[in-house]
Design a protein around this ligand. Structure first.
Ligand code: SF4
Length: 687
């Protein structure tokens, strides 16, 4: 068969691959602009899951407390009956929807429309709230727009200094490292900020290792030094920004000695970092989840934006501020209405003009569109409560593993009258459902994804899904029809054409993007408002997307994390990803080749801490927080701070890092504080 060009199903790099049938699906890396022939272990393994023996190939319905196979008709009947029963008894907003950052743009769009038009509920949100919402909020308030990288990824190779905060692409998206490596090979200076001495940090010029939860103080401290050293770009600040005076006044209190005490980063390192940034002709500040997943994640991201603006970076060649997004369609997934407060095109759902525009595309009265709902964690917290959500439909999300404080999440799911889940495998969340729908995988469907650069690209069908499997567009079309809301096409290109019209004139404007153009141009960068518009690889060259065209400085100050170590919980727990696994692990834990290299999750401890606690390498240890416990094998490493331990979050059951994490939310983005909580550590004696 002729090879088909498509993309890896996992992270936001969306590496290009070619696939062919031989006779099984074979996948190889392609020369796409993001990966240029590179692929990580996860991508190489993706085709393994297409015929995996645990794959769901028939709907399941719960009977006598067990799931049994059922026909699509029976499963759909059950869902429709449950929705009607809940809405007849409790009202339309007793039904909720929970989506995922791995859904194509078409599915994310259709899911948002389904919630507002077919269900008439405000309650829809998605797991992207866990992923990049703090940077999105900070980007919107500073620049008037949220696009992960406002420039192509390849620009990183040309930046003479890169400050990378809370990101470890060497492990999470290895093909992206070619751009960092190319810059370093040409003499670029790279500064990595991370409490762990990661694989990315090992290749850097300078590693800053702050106490988790002190990044904002670190950023303000660097800006303090930059102002004193005369590195700020006064002309840029005057011409292109507002609000610097308040920020200048605020950071005056972040003198270097104080910042060293707050963060643990030596003054000499602070000064060196500022010198590398301030003297470079081109420089980038890049952040990621390490910056965001805190109670003050939006303000922390803002502090790094303030630094970038003060140095005059955004909009300059090979310079700027950007965020490395995480999930495959984390960017597009939040642009088209899957988020509680937004309509397609990144429009605010409480904006009357936006409601009128989208309602016209949908053929409904704007007055019938619900208003804003609540964020993911808040939505989960409403499940089964009096006056709350009684029935929930989940697409492409495994919240029992991925949401913070998973014991509470399990309790809330258990309090529902009805839960339906669509997934590839029987995930930990699907196992609790009343109805489970088997859905298509990446190589079995068409659609578009929007990667970390804002590049809209094509996912192409290589083979048909197995008998019994349908994709989520078909599911939503059937459910909407049965609920009396026709007009939900199951065809991805038809849905994309509708999405283009719905997004037209919005911030994330896809009006000029078509499947044909994506095919011809290796993706198209939004905004792209017309067929003859070239797309926008680089934002902010002339103006920002604010009303006055200027970027906004916003004063932010350090606040302590919600939990700091005490006698009962004396250490800091931070969580994150490892190279072989992706998100809740529903897929990657089942890939044989990945499982062979990462069978068990391990908690990273510094040898000094392990010695104090009587823990040897590979011992079982129990981690306890105020919310729960989890058990991991110990991995001793001097790459982590002695007061901090790191646990990966890809596993469920006893190995669930999210049994431990704190569901406290950032007040602006409503993102949970996955990166810091207080933990106790006890060795487990194995006899
Ligand atoms: Fe590329 Fe990310 Fe897939 Fe790895 S997981 S192959 S980095 S898209």
């Amino acid at each position: 068969m002729t090879p088909v060009a498509t993309h890896c199903p996992y992270c936001s790099l969306q590496c290009g691959v070619t696939m062919r049938l031989n006779p099984k699906p074979v996948l190889e890396p392609a020369d796409f602009p993001t990966n240029r022939g590179g692929l990580c272990a996860k991508g190489w393994s993706a085709a393994e899951l297409l015929d995996h023996p645990e794959r769901l190939t028939t709907p399941l319905v719960r009977e006598h407390d067990k799931l049994r196979p059922a026909t699509w008709e029976e499963a759909v009947d059950r869902v429709v009956e449950a929705i009607r029963a809940a809405q007849d008894r409790y009202g339309s907003d007793s039904v909720g929807c929970f989506g995922g950052g791995g859904l194509t743009n078409e599915k994310a769009y259709q899911f948002g429309k389904f919630a507002r038009v077919a269900l008439r509920t405000p309650y829809i949100d998605y797991n992207g709230r866990f992923c990049m919402s703090s940077a999105a909020t900070a980007g919107n308030r500073a620049f008037g727009v949220d696009r992960g990288l406002p420039f192509p990824l390849a620009d990183i190779a040309h930046a003479q200094t890169v400050l990378l905060v809370g990101s470890n692409p060497a492990d999470t998206m290895p093909p992206a490292m070619q751009y960092f490596d190319a810059g370093r090979a040409q003499g670029a200076a790279h500064i990595v900020v991370d409490p762990r001495y990661t694989a990315t940090a090992r290749g850097s010029t300078l590693h800053l290792q702050p106490t988790p939860g002190t990044d904002l103080a670190l950023a303000n401290g660097l800006l303090h030094i930059a102002i004193r050293a005369g590195y700020v770009d006064e002309a840029y600040i005057a011409e292109r920004t507002t609000g610097f005076a308040a920020v200048r006044a605020a950071v005056a209190a972040y003198w270097p000695d104080r910042v060293e005490r707050m963060t643990g980063v030596p003054v000499a390192h602070l000064r060196r970092a500022v010198e590398l940034l301030g003297t470079a002709p081109s420089a980038m500040v890049l952040t990621a989840r390490g910056t965001e997943q805190h109670r003050n994640g939006t303000d922390t991201t803002q502090a790094w934006i303030n630094l970038a603006l003060a140095l005059g970076l955004p909009g300059r060649p090979y310079s700027g501020f950007g965020t490395v997004t995480g999930q495959g369609n984390g960017q597009g997934g939040r642009e088209h209405g899957q988020k509680a407060d937004q309509l397609p095109g990144y429009r605010r759902i409480d904006d009357p003009a936006a409601r009128a525009h989208v309602a016209a595309v949908w053929g409904v009265d704007p007055a019938t569109l619900p208003g804003p709902g609540v964020s993911a964690v808040e939505l989960l917290d409403r499940l089964g409560r009096p006056g709350g959500i009684r029935a929930l439909l989940v697409l492409a999300s495994n919240v029992v593993v991925s949401a913070p404080d998973r014991n509470r999440v399990r309790d809330r799911l258990g309090a529902l009258d009805f839960l339906a889940v669509s997934d590839i495998f029987l995930s930990e969340t699907a196992a609790l459902a009343d109805v489970v729908f088997p859905t298509a995988q990446f190589a079995e469907e068409d659609g578009t994804m929007t990667n970390l650069e804002g590049r809209v690209l094509r996912r192409r069908r290589v083979l048909d899904p197995p008998d019994g499997v349908r994709d989520d567009l078909a599911l939503l079309s059937t459910l909407a029809e049965r609920l009396g809301a026709p007009g939900f096409s199951p065809d991805s290109e038809e849905v994309f054409d509708e999405l283009r019209r719905a997004s037209a004139g919005g911030i994330a404007d896809y009006a000029g993007i078509s499947y044909d153009r994506i095919d011809a141009e290796q993706g198209v960068f939004w905004p792209c408002p017309a067929d003859d518009h070239p797309g926008t690889p680089r934002l902010f060259e002339e103006r920002f997307a604010t009303a006055d065209g200027r970027a906004r400085f916003i004063r932010v100050d350090h606040t302590d994390p919600a939990e700091t170590p005490d006698r009962e919980y004396p250490y800091v727990l931070t969580t994150g990803r490892i190279m072989q696994q992706y998100q809740s692990g529903t897929q990657t834990r089942r890939a044989r080749s990945l499982h062979a290299s990462a069978t068990d999750p391990k908690v990273e401890l510094h040898p000094d801490l392990a010695r104090r606690l009587g823990i040897a390498a590979a011992d079982l240890v129990e981690l306890r927080t105020r919310r729960g416990r989890a058990v991991f094998r110990a991995q001793l490493t001097d790459t982590i701070r002695p007061d901090t331990v790191f646990a990966p979050f890809h596993w469920g059951g006893e190995q669930s890092a999210n049994a431990l994490t704190d569901p406290v939310l950032d007040p602006h983005s409503k993102m949970p504080a996955f990166k810091v909580c207080a933990v106790a550590i006890t060795p487990i004696r194995e006899d």
